[in-house]
Design a protein around this ligand. Structure first.
Ligand code: NDP
Length: 337
């Protein structure tokens, strides 16, 4: 595959131009382009600029509203509720996180919900920001269109529903754990189907709910969660924390993030942040415990912290640039006009 290398800033500007040309207002295009380019910088290409053509198609079709302005309400002392108003998720999440960061010093703990929302991309970026700028332990959830079946069924009802966690670490970048609840991303099954290759056992079931290694049969069936029935229970937990708590669409009601068919997905996101010192131990004691726990772990040979692989990719690509497929850049340049 031939590639072209772009700096982070050029990649972000290209994404923003394509989104603006499709009708996204400037702030929405800015936050979206920033998040997608950051995902690419961290090597998460599945949630980077590769998503722009699908966003553009949805903006043009009105499935995502380019002129949506997120509205913020404060239902309680330590909560923030944002209505994304069927727009792109990123400006709504930016509003939620800005409020969370400003309220945390006084409140100590914040819950922020986003409803009528859309694809949130690489979820870890948001908790990392809360850890870095607000010094908080943060956890985030989003639901997504149906792909995973409840334990005992082969019918996909819920999304791959990622969970992201971050906490500050003294003298270095925050620790970030960022994982979806499916064994693998659906994209990997799609690639195997295109190549006519089998998939490993344990990734998916067919339309009848039977385990399958046939990639095409898997696409007609459901993706398997991590950890069997326990993972399926976590998928349900995320669905309830997002779709139920923010009164948004569940996975089985949400339209696809990948095409312009149907109405807005209207899914939900939830962010929780806790400042060290808010629950019993002072900030210094918390930092010392974080260092002791992670330090003991890292004393074991072969062990690294979650998130450190992405940080290494980020540092390298900041210096060397991000490699993009030439075909994707041609498409984005045509969309940017
Ligand atoms: P990965 O499987 O790549 O990684 C999962 C987590 O495990 C990461 O924090 C990773 O750290 C950590 N990890 C993996 N191997 C090790 C190891 N050997 N030692 C220590 N830690 C390790 O992530 P997923 O494929 O599940 O998700 C990829 C991205 O997709 C995420 O950003 C997620 O938010 C996003 N996503 C978004 C969706 C949405 O609807 N918005 C839906 C589904 C996924 P490290 O990265 O450093 O390897």
């Amino acid at each position: 595959m031939s590639t072209e290398t772009l700096s982070f800033g050029v990649a972000r500007a290209l994404a923003a131009s394509a989104l603006r040309a499709a009708g996204a207002r400037a702030e929405a295009a800015h936050h979206t382009a920033e998040a997608l380019a950051r995902a690419d910088l961290d090597g998460i290409a599945s949630h980077g600029l590769s998503r722009v053509p699908a966003y553009v198609a949805q903006l043009r079709a009105g499935k995502v509203k380019g002129d949506a302005v997120p509205s913020v309400t404060r239902p309680a002392e330590a909560t923030v509720a944002v209505d994304a108003a069927d727009g792109l998720a990123y400006p709504a999440i930016a509003a939620a996180l800005a409020w969370a960061a400003s309220l945390l010093p006084q409140r100590g703990v914040i819950a922020a919900g986003v409803r009528n929302s859309h694809h949130a991309g690489a979820l870890g970026l948001f908790v990392e920001d809360l850890a870095r700028t607000a010094g908080a332990f943060a956890i985030a959830f989003t639901n997504s269109p149906a792909g995973i079946a409840p334990a005992g069924s082969g019918t996909p009802l819920f999304g791959t529903n990622p969970i992201a966690f971050a906490c500050p670490m003294t003298g270095r970048d925050p620790l970030v754990i960022d994982l979806s609840l499916s064994m693998v991303a659906r994209g990997r099954i799609m690639v195997a189907a295109q190549k006519g290759e089998p998939i490993p056992e344990g990734w998916a079931t067919d339309a009848a709910g039977r385990p399958t290694t046939d990639a095409r049969a898997a696409l007609a069936g459901a993706m398997l969660p991590i950890g069997g029935a326990k993972g399926a229970a976590l998928v349900l937990m995320v669905e309830l924390l997002t779709a139920a708590l923010t009164a948004s669409h569940a996975g089985f009601e949400a339209s696809s993030f990948f095409d312009d068919k149907g109405g807005p997905p209207r899914i939900g996101q939830l962010f929780l942040a806790i400042r060290p010192g808010a629950v019993g131990a002072d900030e210094e004691a918390v930092s010392a415990r974080v260092a002791a726990i992670t330090g003991r772990m890292l004393a074991e040979p072969g062990v690294r912290l979650p998130g450190d692989r992405r940080l290494a990719i980020r540092a390298r690509q900041r210096a060397e640039g991000i490699r993009y497929p030439v075909a994707l850049l041609a498409e984005l340049r045509a969309l940017a006009g």
